[in-house]
Write a protein that binds this ligand. Structure first.
Ligand code: NAG
Ligand code: NAG
Ligand code: NAG
Length: 461
């Protein structure tokens, strides 16, 4: 009796399984079609992803993407609530479907296994697409804590999500957590908008930049909250037309243009606007960083406006000696038409404004206007100053606090086309070993700390 019964149960289960599977396969798009007014929905669970935090869903993600991509009209790829463990995921185009919404409601848990990807290749890549929006309120969790210890400053760890060759794409309302390396990178792309994104990683996590943009045109970043162990936003080489606004940054290394000039194949950067942002407890506020011994490049028409600094170490910084300890040749990045306006708040350093430009190509047509930076209560420096080396001002406003740039060259204190070069005195002081004891030694020690810090901070972008 028992034997045939068991046998029968098995058959029923198998039949039931087939029935459930076919209902599932048909129902998912139909049910969602109702929900999203006609848009077919490709749900990764229909393709075998589990959402149990353990099974690798990468293949299911890719299968769902392939079908979504090959459809026509508007489609949605859904990652529902649940924890979806994945290895490397590539969403390749070009697609016939357009627009494509990637509706990330759950959590993408990127594998902790460092051997699953090499170097800084992206854990998740969206490539060669038009009209893709990633949204849905979910989270991309890089689980980086497991591998940060392998960051030796040279080998880069994987980027959590990268868009490449993307046009008219968006990331809106998504969280990024603990990337192994960079959280979100946009490269070789145009018209990409990033909004309502939250990035969270510990202060001490190495090279975990929030958003990195390179080689792209017309990119906007707005209304984002970023706290990481490296730059909150890094606008790297070969970008034209990048607008960053309403970003709160901290902890982290600030809002950066650069680094520029590390590689020989980089192109110019122009038309960059960073405004209405707040930096809190960051090492830098707004900065432009370029390497020494760089190729000849231009970085021009760069505006930093309406920025609030809370206990920031280097609120306003041009550093053309970035990560260049062993390089003698000056930077060949020609920085011009740069505006630092309406920047106020507190600092923990002695020189909250430092424009350390290149000996080869002094910064040209720089505006400093309506700056008010005072020591934070916790700062050990009770007085502050500005340092401007190799900087030619187009406009040096009257309300620049702290003073310093004006003091070096009286002509520069008035509004107009003043030229200000103080390289020799300032750098001599910083690098003096014997003649200037006391104060100079302290500055030198500080400079060394900067170098040590920047070495820990080699971000390669
Ligand atoms: C950036 O802002 C400027 C000035 O508001 C505007 O002219 C430009 O079109 C904007 N660029 C993008 C990519 O939104
Ligand atoms: C500046 O940002 C705040 C929120 O971060 C927003 O409420 C305000 O409208 C923005 N102002 C401008 C001029 O964009
Ligand atoms: C700017 O240059 C001066 C002089 O070389 C140096 O002391 C200072 O540390 C530099 N500032 C930064 C933030 O790099």
């Amino acid at each position: 009796m028992a034997f045939p019964m068991g046998h029968g149960t098995k058959v029923v289960l198998v039949l039931l399984g087939i029935t459930l599977f076919s209902i599932g396969a048909q129902c998912a798009p139909i049910g969602s079609r109702r929900a999203l007014a006609g848009e077919p929905v490709f749900d990764v669970t229909t393709y075998g992803a589990k959402g149990d935090g353990r099974a690798d869903g990468a293949l299911a993600f890719i299968k769902a993407w392939k079908e979504a991509c090959a459809a026509t009209g508007a489609v949605t790829l859904r990652i529902p609530k649940g924890d979806f463990m994945v290895g490397k995921v590539v969403f390749n185009g070009p697609c016939t479907a357009n627009p494509i919404t990637i509706d990330l409601q759950g959590v993408v848990l990127q594998t902790k296994d460092p051997s699953a990807m090499s170097g800084n290749e992206p854990a998740m890549l969206i490539n060669d697409v038009t009209g893709v929006t990633l949204s849905g309120g979910g989270t991309v969790d890089g689980q980086g804590a497991a591998v940060w210890k392998y960051n030796d400053g040279k080998t880069l760890l994987p980027i959590s999500l990268m868009f490449s060759k993307a046009k008219k794409c968006a990331v809106d309302g998504v969280n990024f957590l603990n990337a192994k390396g960079v959280h979100l990178k946009v490269t070789g792309s145009e018209e990409v908008s990033i909004s309502n994104v939250k990035v969270t990683a510990p202060d001490e996590s190495p090279n975990t930049d929030g958003i990195v943009i390179s080689n792209s045109n017309r990119i906007t970043v707005t209304n984002c909250n970023i706290g990481t162990g490296d730059d909150c936003v890094a606008i790297g080489d070969t970008n034209v037309g990048v607008n960053v606004s309403q970003v709160t940054c901290g902890p982290g290394h600030g809002l950066s243009v650069g680094s520029l000039g590390k590689r020989t194949n980089e192109g110019d950067v122009k038309d960059i606007r960073v405004w209405n942002c707040t930096c809190t407890g960051t090492t830098n506020g707004v900065r432009i960083k370029t390497y020494r011994a760089s190729p000849i490049l231009k970085a021009t028409n760069i505006v930093f406006d309406d920025i609030i600094m809370n206990a920031v170490k280097n609120p306003v910084l041009i550093d053309q000696h970035y990560d260049s300890k062993n390089k003698k040749e000056p930077s060949n990045v020609h920085i011009s038409d740069v505006h630092f306006t309406n920047i106020r708040g507190t600092t923990i350093s002695q020189a909250p404004v430092a424009l350390n430009c290149s000996d080869a190509f002094p910064c040209d047509a720089v505006e400093l206007n309506n700056i008010d930076l005072v020591p934070a209560p916790e700062s050990k420096f009770k007085t502050v100053t500005s340092i401007c080396a190799n900087t030619k001002f187009a406009l040096l406003g009257k309300s620049v606090n702290p003073a310093g740039c004006e003091a070096v060259d009286a002509a520069a204190a008035t509004v107009g086309h003043a030229v200000n070069t103080v390289t020799d005195s300032v750098s001599a002081a910083a690098f003096a070993t014997s003649d200037a004891a006391g104060a100079a030694a302290e500055i030198a020690a500080q400079a060394d700390q900067e170098v040590a810090h920047e070495l820990a901070d080699i971000d390669h972008f």
